[in-house]
Design a protein around this ligand. Structure first.
Ligand code: FE
Ligand code: FE
Ligand code: FE
Length: 183
């Protein structure tokens, strides 16, 4: 087996001048999540329409309304940061939402549809939770307490949504997915 030599030294910045800092990272992830929220805003009505269960449909509609407020919060965070509100393509959310579309198509009319929609929606929430958790922490480090507070408000909404979806699944929806279609 080849032996890998381990170096304890931290990699030095490459010789090309690259002075990107935490502020630049913050800006990039802010644009990322801005793009993501706007895509989610368009996806949620489709999920609400597709869901069999009225409860699940209502949960998606409730979160659509929350998401509108989350976009507004991001507008304010951009303002605090002194940059124009602007999105940047997030391939992760595009992929997660694409998988959700697949569930909508492939499980249409099936007993497992809603269980699949919950799983898709939770993948979205988890992506948002990781992004907002990081952004909040970085906002604090950058001395933007008001921005950190706004990001935390959204973070808490994403966590609550994730938990509500788990409860809906445990309620009846996952069990119903076990059933065979009656036809
Ligand atoms: Fe969101
Ligand atoms: Fe992303
Ligand atoms: Fe969300």
């Amino acid at each position: 087996m080849p032996t890998v030599s381990k170096s304890s030294s931290v990699k030095k910045a490459s010789s090309s001048a690259n002075a990107k800092t935490l502020g630049d990272l913050f800006h990039e992830q802010l644009k990322d999540v801005y793009y993501a929220e706007k895509k989610i805003l368009k996806a949620l009505p489709k999920m609400a329409k597709g869901a069999e269960s009225e409860e699940l449909s209502a949960a998606f509609e409730k979160h659509r309304q929350e998401t509108e407020g989350q976009v507004e919060r991001l507008d304010r965070v951009f303002e605090i940061f002194g940059k124009r509100a602007q999105g940047k393509t997030c391939p992760a959310i595009d992929g997660i939402l694409e998988e959700g579309e697949e569930v909508l198509e492939d499980f249409k009319g099936a007993p497992a549809l809603d269980a699949g929609l919950i799983a898709s929606a939770q993948a979205v929430e988890h992506y948002e939770i990781t992004r907002y958790g990081t952004l909040k922490r970085w906002a604090e480090m950058l001395g933007m307490d008001d921005a950190a507070e706004l990001l935390d408000q959204t973070l808490q909404e994403e966590i609550a949504t994730d938990e509500a979806l788990s409860e809906l699944g445990d309620g009846r929806i996952n069990e119903r997915a076990l059933e065979e279609a009656s036809a």
